[in-house]
Design a protein around this ligand. Structure first.
Ligand code: ZN
Length: 325
């Protein structure tokens, strides 16, 4: 067993149960929200909607969700605490930074080789979120998050990946990434982590499920990392049929020990229009995995043991490997 931090406090890793490893509650653009408040609408209504969806998810048998919303995606923990106090599942929150290009201007003059110089502030911020808690809320981050998208490992992205690697080794919490599967950027992420001495078995390369390139996925999995088959429902990127077929194939090839299943869904994401999501990707929600994906995997011969491995055992192993090094 191991202690895992959730929004409501520490729990035993044995109580994680069925875990969705890559979801969001809200994805928001804070400056837009502060200056154009009608976008979000009524705060109480949004909270009630999130509580209702998460409690339905608990009823569907989900025990834990990992909310990978970090700086760059509008993380705001007091709102998440209000929600967590009313739901019957565990919520694990993350620290890290989400960018595809540069670090935010706040960081551009701070840190090594910058105008002001000094220590890398990202490391100190990440470690504080994990060890002391997030800005007076008492909530500790349980996982580290970073991103690499189509621009690849830019200077800013490399700085974030390295800071995440250092904070991971100092604290022992796992790393979860956003990657751009078509650009095979998971390989680039692992390259940076390896240079920083990271044990890649402690890393989840996210959004691998956007790819049906089994050669690429095997190349990643053979390093020992986990693959996030974590965007079920995001059908504009890759349709349901191909997402399912890829997981089936990877299970047949013996990789169920390397995969986790999730949806990257949210209650509200201001990067997208709710109405467009509803019309173009109607199944992109918290329930798609339980309602459609898992039944289809079973029909195609994925065993209950493999499903449990990808949804219960692998998440637990990811959080139980928590030594500092
Ligand atoms: Zn995400």
């Amino acid at each position: 067993m191991a202690v895992v931090e959730t929004v409501r406090g520490a729990i035993d890793s044995r109580d994680l149960g069925f875990t969705l490893m890559h979801e969001h509650i809200f994805v928001l653009s804070p400056e837009i929200q502060q200056n154009f408040r009608t976008e979000f609408g009524d705060e109480d209504a949004r909270i009630a909607d999130a509580v209702s969806r998460l409690n339905q998810l608990a009823t569907a048998g989900i025990d834990t969700i990992v909310d990978l919303t970090v700086v760059g995606l509008g993380r705001f923990i007091p709102r998440i605490q209000t929600i967590a106090s009313q739901v019957h599942l565990n919520i694990i929150v993350a620290t890290g930074l989400y960018t595809y290009n540069d670090v935010p201007f706040y960081f551009q003059n701070r840190g090594p080789k910058t105008l002001i110089g000094g220590e890398e502030p990202l490391v100190e911020m990440f470690v504080r979120d994990i060890e002391e808690g997030i800005e007076g809320t008492g909530v500790k981050a349980g996982i580290l998050k970073c991103a690499t998208d189509s621009p690849g490992v830019t200077r800013g992205v490399e700085r974030v990946l390295r800071a995440v690697a250092v904070a991971h080794r100092l604290t022992g919490v796992p790393i979860s990434t956003h990657s751009y599967a078509f650009g095979r950027t998971g390989i680039d992420q692992l390259g940076i982590f390896e240079k920083e001495g990271v044990d890649v078995t402690r890393v989840v390369i996210g959004h691998c499920g956007d790819s049906n390139d089994v050669g690429y996925l095997r190349e990643l999995a053979d390093t020992g990392c986990y693959l996030g088959m974590d965007r079920f429902g995001f059908d504009l990127r890759l349709p349901f049929e191909e997402r399912v077929a890829t997981v089936v194939k990877m299970c047949e090839l013996g990789y169920s020990a390397n995969m986790v299943l999730s949806q990257d869904a949210s209650c509200h994401n201001d990067w997208l229009d709710d109405a467009v999501v509803a019309s173009k990707m109607p199944r992109w929600d918290y329930f798609h995995l339980s309602n459609d994906v898992i039944p289809e995997l079973r029909r195609r011969g994925v065993t209950q043991g493999q499903i449990d491995e990808m949804t219960i055992d692998n998440p637990r192993k990811i959080f139980e490997a928590n030594s500092r090094y």
